[in-house]
Write a protein that binds this ligand. Structure first.
Ligand SMILES: [Zn+2]
Length: 313
């Protein structure tokens, strides 16, 4: 049975038709606009995929993930500044236009559930999405934690340098101002690097000032992960999002910094996301399947369909 998945990103809407085996050969995307235009574009992308689906296996449900403060139970986006949304009943709007049940949740939280399902079924893990901004999906006791106001996991706005650079959120010294695509670009520009280097090659750039800004950012990330480790004791920290494309170039110094900072306990395992930058889209597909199973995302993450060790005879 196939489903439709949609990831509403800050710059791109990504949609896919996902079959029962998790394959998603049929995809489409569009640039992200603002306000009602995003809803219209999302509905058009999803309807296009629905109409191209094989007649023998039409999609049965839709899963949608987005940034912002999201109330998954109500199907509402409480607030998403970049998209210009406040108290938007997104699930109901899309369900009405598509004639299919629609599940909605936060992109990083859904990505965390997808990573939990794809991995070794760790009950306590932290999924960190490193992109334009930084967010985390907190899984404790096998459940994705939303927090009291749906705003848990704002790792990007954890203060790691008191009095440090101003963050877009208004605070100073947030992780995101030191280590995110946006934060790194801003710091490079402020350091007089008129031509900001391509971030993909930043760690190996010949300019020592540019490399020092990157290295400083990695140290800030290590400090944030140190604090998260102290608070949550995760078995595993999984890195996703576009900046995780640095792979071992990022993991090596990050592992070393994290281990060096911890005096009396061993660091949690650090790994790259199974789904790479597509964890959100896979989380959306998981949400869609939850619609059919009538099970909340966190419960599915907990083990409804999560991989378990094979029973021993
Ligand atoms: Zn901030």
């Amino acid at each position: 049975m196939s489903v439709l998945a949609l990831d509403i990103g800050g710059t791109t809407l990504k949609a896919a038709l996902v079959d029962a085996e998790g394959r998603s050969d049929l995809r489409s995307s569009a640039p992200t606009r603002r306000g009602d235009d995003v809803v219209a574009d999302a509905a058009a992308l999803l309807a296009g995929l629905r109409d191209q689906a094989p007649a023998s296996d039409p999609p049965q449900a839709v899963g949608v993930v987005t940034a912002g403060t999201v109330d998954g139970d109500a199907g509402t986006v409480r607030h998403a500044a970049n998209l210009g949304w406040r108290d938007l009943p997104l699930a109901a709007l899309l369900a009405e236009r598509l004639g299919l049940p629609v599940g909605l949740d936060h992109d990083v939280r859904a990505g965390a559930a997808a990573e939990l399902q794809a991995g070794e079924a760790q009950g306590d893990m932290l999924f960190v999405a490193l992109g334009t901004g930084v967010g985390a999906g907190v899984i404790t006791g096998g459940r994705a934690q939303a927090g009291a106001a749906g705003a848990a996991g704002e790792l990007g706005h954890m203060i790691v340098r008191p009095g440090g650079p101003l963050c877009a959120c208004g605070q100073r010294g947030c992780l995101e101002a030191l280590f995110s695509a946006e934060g790194l670009r801003r710091r490079l520009a402020e350091a007089g690097r008129a031509e900001v280097p391509d971030l993909a090659v930043l760690p190996h750039h010949p300019d020592p000032v540019s490399v020092a800004i990157w290295r400083d950012g990695v140290q800030a990330l290590a400090l944030a992960l140190h604090n998260a480790t102290m608070l949550l004791d995760p078995a595993r920290i999984v890195l996703g999002g576009g900046l995780s494309g640095w792979g071992e170039t990022l993991l090596r110094p990050l592992r070393a910094d994290l281990a060096a900072g911890l005096a009396w306990r061993s660091p949690p395992e650090l790994a790259l996301a199974h789904h790479g930058p597509e964890a959100g889209l896979h989380g959306a597909a998981l949400l869609a399947r939850n619609q059919l199973a009538d099970t909340p995302l966190a419960d599915v993450a907990h083990g409804g369909t999560a991989r378990r060790p094979a029973a021993k005879p």
